[in-house]
Design a protein around this ligand. Structure first.
Ligand code: AMP
Ligand code: ZN
Length: 472
């Protein structure tokens, strides 16, 4: 909100409440979504490592997010469900299951709660009643709008982000359709409850109409419910700087009658781009996590995420992943070198290990500078490789420190035991079976085999009709 770095002070000593805007769950997660979630995973891990008791919420949007962020268009979930000829909740069930599986593969720490919008309809209706009672919302023909200008008289709007309310009004005037403009007191008023058309599938009874909630409402309601009326950190992507987060803040203040700010720190991650354009589900220029996990070890993706700062845009291509893979290999080589070193008499790595932690903390305390923190680990690993004649105990401490700090960045850094390895003949046999499935057109079974192998650390690459494999 201040648009500058601030020192972090928790509301309650030793505790941190974090709310992260999560997935609108109608397609598979893409690498951009995953990078954003990884940033908040690192935030959670780092604060936990520093001794805070972290309570982390990430919501799942399963209703109310329209194809246009400005209350127009179709519900994204309903639209995709119609495309596939299935129930919206059937689509949501499938996608939520995939999401959990992929989040786990990507070594994302479980959130304390993943609340879903459809599970909080009663609370949302109650919140709208409160906002109307407090004078910040009005109903027209079964739809309820938030009265932004009235809110702005008593509290500032938008406040999150650097926009000005007059500019927003001028911009919104040309965008909304006529019918809506006639209903709204101001073009930047946004919907809290929307009267559903007869053909709309996902709708609920309410005092105003059979309808559904506006997209922003769920985050206000679920944030307050699980973290309290005021909490520490709210995260999202830069696409949330407007309108999602200003609207959420306004609703929080309006429904809870707050004099203070509902959230102390809003932080936003920059987007992954593809050839300079934002990677997005609606543009179709995305790489899914599922697809990439068939070709790369999940830890490579985590290495890629950690290697760019959350507030910096990063252009995605195979080269950046190859680079991450190379760096990861270097770290593993160091771990292997340590485990296989005989050790000597030198002691110089002892102080270096302490210095590594100091530098890591300094980087992470500076607005979660993960690329700098990672670079410190990489430089340290290089030093270790040249000093394997240190005392064995000191080498082991160095290894433990690399693992401990690497894990904060979401890496695994555990060497596989020889006995855990799936034997070569078994891999070859599974690949043959997979090829048979593919010839028969049974791609689902072929994919299942690819997944099983990928879980066992075997990566398949299809090279001109032939499948080659490697261990990660
Ligand atoms: P969505 O499902 O589109 O609401 O997005 C889920 C989360 O992913 C939000 O926090 C978005 O800000 C974030 N996100 C969407 N696209 C990208 C991208 N290209 N790069 C990074 N984060 C993204
Ligand atoms: Zn949200």
């Amino acid at each position: 909100m201040s648009r500058k770095k601030e020192e972090f002070e928790p509301i309650k000593k030793g505790k941190v409440g974090i709310y992260s805007c999560g997935q609108t769950i109608y397609l598979d997660m893409h690498i951009g979504n995953a990078k954003t979630y990884a940033s908040w995973d690192i935030l959670n891990r780092y604060l936990t490592w520093k001794g805070y008791d972290v309570f982390h919420i990430m919501n799942i949007t399963d209703v109310g997010h329209l194809t246009d962020d400005e209350d127009q268009g179709e519900d994204k979930i309903e639209k995709e469900a119609k495309n596939r000829g299935i129930e919206p909740m059937e689509l949501v069930t499938e996608k939520v299951q995939n999401w959990y599986k992929e989040m786990e593969k990507l070594n994302m720490k479980r959130h304390n709660v993943n609340p879903r919008a459809t599970g909080h309809m009663v609370e949302m209706i109650e919140a709208i009643k409160e906002i109307i009672k407090n004078g910040y919302a009005y109903e027209v023909n079964g739809t309820v709008y938030f009265d932004v200008m009235k809110f702005n008289e008593d509290h500032e709007y938008p406040k999150v982000g650097s926009m000005d309310i007059e500019e927003l009004k001028a911009g919104a005037g040309g965008r909304v359709d006529k019918e809506e403009t006639e209903e709204k007191r101001s073009p930047i008023d946004f919907a809290l409850w929307i009267d559903a058309d007869p053909e709309h599938i996902m709708k609920w009874p309410s005092p105003w109409s059979k309808g559904y909630p506006g997209w922003h409402l769920e985050c206000s309601v679920m944030g307050s419910k699980y973290l309290g009326k005021r909490f520490d950190i709210h995260t999202g992507g830069v696409d949330h700087i407007f309108p999602h987060h200003p609207n959420e803040r306004a609703q929080n203040i309006a429904m809870n009658n707050l004099d203070e700010e509902p959230v102390n720190y809003w932080i936003h991650s920059e987007h992954i781009t593809v050839e300079g354009e934002k990677m997005s589900k609606s543009k179709g220029n995305f790489y899914t996590v599922k697809e990439l996990l068939g070709r790369y070890d999940p830890e490579v993706l985590r290495m890629f995420f950690a290697s760019s700062h959350y507030r910096k845009q990063v252009d995605f291509n195979e080269k950046v992943l190859k680079n991450a893979e190379d760096n990861l290999e270097k770290l593993y080589n160091t771990l292997w070198n340590i485990d296989n070193a005989e050790g000597g008499k030198k002691k110089n790595l002892k102080r270096e290990t302490e210095k590594l932690e100091e530098k890591f903390v300094e980087a992470m305390d500076d607005d979660l500078n993960t690329p700098r923190a990672l670079n410190e680990i990489m430089k340290f690993a290089k030093k270790v490789n040249k000093n394997l004649d240190n005392e064995k105990e000191i080498l082991e401490e160095a290894r433990n420190k690399i693992q401990e700090l690497g894990k904060i960045l979401g890496l695994g850094l555990e060497l596989e035991e020889e006995g855990d390895k799936i034997p070569e003949e078994a891999v070859e046999l599974l690949i043959e079976i997979r090829d048979d499935f593919r010839e028969e057109g049974d791609y689902k079974s072929a994919d299942d085999i690819r997944d099983v192998l990928s879980n066992a650390g075997i990566i398949l690459e299809d090279e001109g009709g032939k499948t080659v494999w490697k261990r990660t």
